[in-house]
Design a protein around this ligand. Sequence first.
Ligand code: FES
Length: 106
Amino acid sequence: IVLHITDRDGVTHTVDAPTDMGLNLMEVVRMYELAPEGTIGVCGGMAMCASCQCYVLNEVELPEKGDDEEAMLSEAFNVKPNSRLGCQVQITESIDGLAVELAPEY
Ligand code: FES
């Protein structure tokens, strides 16, 4: 599938993300090195750090947030109504065309 990911410098990257590798959005950002090492995926994708927070920019519908994601976002900085944790967003056909912007580092 194709994803549009705007990095923390405001540059938008259109990338291919495979659906058959069990990846999540945070891992795709790391795979393409769209954020410096150590600034995203700090907790390893456990919904415990919010370093993978991103803002959904278009109408692509994502699965509902899980309880862990809700809990982490309720404590994180820079949270907006369209915030999601990248590590909790699985790469599946249904999110083809998703556009997100990485939240600021903190
Ligand atoms: Fe830590 Fe997503 S990588 S919350």
